[in-house]
Design a protein around this ligand. Structure first.
Ligand SMILES: O=C(O)c1cc(=O)[nH]c(=O)n1[C@@H]1O[C@H](COP(=O)(O)O)[C@@H](O)[C@H]1O
Length: 293
């Protein structure tokens, strides 16, 4: 990594210190657009996104646009998304592009170029990614993220109940035989961060995992009372708010991982509508602040 580049993990650590752990999701569902009095179109999605960016800036540090809700409007949706991404980054927000990509290594690299390359019209600070094709398939993009100050969040133990059948399955082969899929992904990411040359000096790594806030991590084979070797593990945690998890449960649910948790709420905040957004965000900031203190 070039010596002047600030790693994603260091930037995230600074965001936590300045703004706390809340991440506002930008998910322009059709139902939310109706509630906002906006059309279910690319234009409506752009307006919801820009208004959310405006309300989030200076109050929270991170936003997570869910790309599916822009993609469903085709090319116009992508133009809307480009604008939202740019305005969010210009406003100083850290942006996690929720794209959940994954493929053979050479194709994953192309996804990395789209979402993480500095100067790309879709540039974000981090993206969500699936290691379903093997952790080896995302190694190159993990290296690229490290080298360019970007981050990745690898799906490990997601918030949807139907994920359990696959994510709790136990590996029969490999160096992690006997481990659940969820834990193998988690340990692989922890090991990657720990293996970076500057690991000992970093508070947080640049590669994180996704743990649903509604997920029983113990049942997924992930121990929350382990000592995580430096650097700490960034954890994108959706499932708060609409899906049922409450800010006050954060420490109990995440244990040793709590310090790295990015608590995402989308619908539960956006439901406040354009006029109630600032209040809804401010209230949650306080609740997570108390939960993490
Ligand atoms: O990667 C994600 O963000 C994600 C992972 C997961 O396990 N569960 C999950 O809900 N998500 C996303 O997080 C957001 C949750 O939205 P709300 O339930 O409205 O807060 C959606 O954009 C989901 O696609």
């Amino acid at each position: 990594m070039n010596s002047e580049l600030v790693s994603f993990g260091d930037r995230l650590d600074a965001v936590f210190a300045a703004y706390g752990h809340l991440c506002v999701g930008i998910d322009p569902h059709a139902g939310l657009l109706a509630r906002w009095g906006r059309p279910d179109s690319a234009e409506g999605a752009r307006e919801l996104g820009l208004r959310t960016v405006e309300a989030a800036a200076g109050r929270v540090g991170i936003v997570k646009p869910q790309i599916a809700f822009f993609e469903r409007h085709g090319a116009a949706g992508y133009a809307a998304l480009e604008r939202v991404l740019r305005e969010a980054r210009d406003a100083g927000l850290m942006v996690i592009a929720d794209v959940k990509r994954g493929d053979i290594g050479s194709t994953v690299e192309a996804y990395g170029e789209a979402w993480l390359r500095p100067g790309s019209s879709l540039e974000a600070d981090a993206m969500t990614i699936s290691a379903y094709q093997g952790l080896g398939s995302i190694e190159q993009v993990m290296s690229t993220a490290d080298a360019t100050g970007k981050g990745l969040f690898v799906l490990a133990a997601t918030s949807n109940p139907e994920a359990a059948a696959i994510q709790r399955a136990v590996l029969a082969q490999s160096s992690r035989a006997g481990s659940t899929v969820a834990n193998a992904v988690t340990q692989g990411v922890i090991g990657w961060n720990h293996g970076r040359p500057d690991a000992a000096t970093r508070a947080l790594g640049s590669i994180g995992v996704v743990f649903g806030a509604t997920t029983d991590l113990g049942l997924a084979g992930i121990s929350t009372d382990i000592e995580v070797p430096r650097p700490g593990l960034p954890v994108l945690a959706p499932g708060f708010g609409h899906q049922g998890a409450q800010p006050g449960e954060l420490r109990a649910r995440f244990g040793a991982f709590a310090g790295g948790v990015i608590a995402n709420e989308s619908r539960s905040i956006l439901e406040a509508g354009p006029d109630g957004l600032v209040d809804a965000i401010s209230r949650r900031v306080d609740e997570y602040g108390a939960a993490i203190a």
